[in-house]
Design a protein around this ligand. Structure first.
Ligand SMILES: NC(=O)c1ccc[n+]([C@@H]2O[C@H](COP(=O)([O-])OP(=O)(O)OC[C@H]3O[C@@H](n4cnc5c(N)ncnc54)[C@H](O)[C@@H]3O)[C@@H](O)[C@H]2O)c1
Length: 396
C-alpha cells in the first residue's frame, strides 16, 4: 500500500477517535464539544464534517504570506508582484533588484535593493521584514548568459546557493523557476516529459538543472519547501524580455505595429513551447498555494502552446495583414535547436490542476489589444514619436 493510502487511513482513524471523544478540530484550533451529551438526542447534529487542512507554517498571521521577489524588475517580476499584492496585500510583497526602480514601481509598494550575491543583505531583509516565501527570479537568461559565462555562473549558481541556504535556515517556501532550456539535444524533444535526460548545452540550462537538483536535494535532506516550474518562452506586452532565445515571439508584435517589417532570429520552422504572461504568473501563484503534501514532485513542466515563427507570423497577419517577415537565424538558433519543441505538462495538470487560458489566437488578440494603443498615434496624440521604435519598445 502506498504512503498516501496509509496516511489517509491514519488521518481518518485519528478523526474517528477524536469524534468519539467529542473533540472538534478546525484550521483555527481544537475545541471540545461536550454539550452534545447534555442536549436532547434529536437536537444533536447527525453528521459532523471535519476539515483537516494542512497547516502551512510558511504563511504569516492572517494567512497572508510575506513574499520577497528577487530580480523583480525583469520580464516576470513586476507582473508577479502586482498579482501577489492584489492577493496578499501590497505591504506583504517586497520587490527587489540591483537596478533603480522606475517611478511607477517605486510608488507601487515596497521595493528594496538586494544583490543576490550578498548573503548578509538577503538575511537582513528576511529577518527585518519577516519573509515567509522567496520567489527567486534573479538570473542571466540564455543568450545573455552565453555572452558572459563567469557572471552567469555567479548570479545563477552562487545566487541560488544563497537563497537555498537562507530558505533552509529560516524555513521559507522557495520558488525557483526553471526553463525549457534545462533540456538539451539528448532529451526527447516532442514531447519532453518531466523526468528525462537533461544535458543542456548553455550555462543558463546547466545552472537551471543545478537549481532543480539542489532544490530537490534540500527538500529531501532538510524538508525545505522547494518548488520549481519549468517555463517555456514567456510572452508579455507590459515588460520587455530579458535576453532569451524565445524573445522573437515578443519582438514580432512591436515590429508589426511599428514598421510592418519583422526579422526572426530563428528559422521559420523552429518549434518552441510558449506561454502568455498571465498564464505564467497564475501558474506560480496556484503552485505556491498548493499544500505541500499534494505535490508528487518538486519540479513540473508547464506550458500553453507550441508554434514556429512562421505559424506566429500567419496568426499576426490576421491583425496586421501587411506584415513582411524575414528569417535570419543568428547564434540563438543553435540554442533553440537543442530545446524541447513540445512540452509535456500532463503531471502539472493532473497533480495540481494546472490549466492554461491563452492559445496562439488568444495570445495574439491580447497582445494587439494591449499594444495597439501604445503605437496608435491617432488615439494617443502624445505618442508623436511612435515611429521611433526604440522609444516605443522600451515603454511597452
Ligand atoms: N522570461 C522567460 O521567458 C522565462 C522562461 C523560463 C524561465 N524564466 C525564468 O524566470 C526568471 C525571471 O525571468 P525574467 O524573464 O523576468 O528575467 P529578466 O532577465 O527579465 O530579469 C532578471 C532580473 O534579475 C536581475 N538581476 C541580475 N543580476 C542580479 C543580481 N546580482 N542580484 C539581483 N538581481 C539580479 C536583473 O536586474 C533583472 O531585473 C528567471 O529565473 C528565468 O530564468 C523566464
Amino acid at each position: 500500500m502506498t504512503t498516501t493510502v496509509w496516511g489517509l487511513i491514519i488521518k481518518w482513524l485519528i478523526v474517528f477517535v477524536l469524534l468519539k471523544s467529542n473533540i472538534f478540530i478546525t484550521s483555527y484550533g481544537i475545541y471540545t464539544i461536550s454539550y452534545y451529551d447534555d442536549c436532547h438526542p434529536e437536537n444533536r447534529p447527525k453528521i459532523i464534517v471535519f476539515f483537516i487542512r494542512e497547516i502551512d507554517h510558511t504563511k504569516h498571521e492572517g494567512n497572508k504570506p510575506r513574499v520577497l521577489i528577487t530580480g523583480s524588475l525583469g520580464q516576470l517580476g513586476t507582473g508577479l508582484a502586482s498579482v501577489m499584492r492584489k492577493r496578499y496585500g501590497v505591504q506583504n510583497v517586497f520587490m527587489s533588484d540591483i537596478i533603480k526602480a522606475p517611478p511607477n514601481v517605486a510608488a507601487s509598494g515596497p521595493y528594496v535593493f538586494a544583490d543576490i550575491l550578498d548573503f548578509k543583505r538577503l538575511q537582513e531583509l528576511i529577518v527585518t521584514h519577516s519573509i515567509d516565501w522567496i520567489v527567486h527570479f534573479s538570473a542571466l537568461l540564455s543568450a545573455v548568459g552565453e555572452n558572459n559565462v563567469p557572471l552567469a555562473m555567479r548570479v545563477n549558481i552562487e545566487g541560488l546557493h544563497n537563497v537555498l541556504e537562507l530558505s533552509k535556515q529560516y524555513k521559507l517556501k522557495l520558488f525557483v523557476p526553471s526553463t525549457i532550456g534545462a533540456f538539451g539535444p539528448d532529451s526527447p524533444r516532442n514531447p519532453t516529459p518531466d523526468l528525462t535526460i537533461q544535458r543542456p548545452r548553455t550555462i543558463y540550462g546547466v545552472s537551471k538543472v543545478h537549481a532543480e537538483l539542489m532544490g530537490e536535494y534540500y527538500f529531501h535532506r532538510f524538508g525545505m519547501d522547494f518548488r520549481s516550474l519549468r517555463f517555456p518562452g514567456v510572452i508579455s506586452a507590459d515588460t520587455n524580455p530579458g535576453g532569451g532565445t524565445t524573445d522573437y515571439a515578443v519582438h514580432i508584435f512591436h515590429d508589426a505595429l511599428q514598421t510592418g517589417d519583422f526579422t526572426s532570429f530563428l528559422r521559420r520552422d523552429t518549434r518552441l513551447p510558449m506561454m502568455y504572461i498571465d498564464d505564467c504568473l497564475r501558474s506560480v501563484v496556484q503552485f505556491m498555494e498548493i499544500p505541500s503534501n499534494q505535490l508528487k514532485q518538486r519540479t513540473y513542466n508547464v506550458t500553453a502552446m507550441s508554434f514556429t515563427p512562421e505559424e506566429l507570423v500567419a496568426e499576426v497577419r490576421k491583425h496586421v495583414p501587411h506584415l513582411k517577415a524575414k528569417y535570419e537565424p543568428d547564434s540563438r538558433q543553435k540554442i533553440a535547436d537543442t530545446w524541447p519543441e513540445v512540452f509535456d505538462d500532463s503531471n502539472a495538470r493532473a497533480d495540481w490542476g494546472w490549466k492554461h487560458e491563452y492559445d496562439i489566437k488568444g495570445l495574439c488578440d491580447i497582445m494587439f489589444e494591449k499594444l495597439r494603443p501604445v503605437y496608435d498615434t491617432d488615439s494617443h496624440p502624445d505618442n508623436a514619436s511612435s515611429k521611433d521604435g526604440k522609444q516605443k519598445r522600451t515603454t511597452a
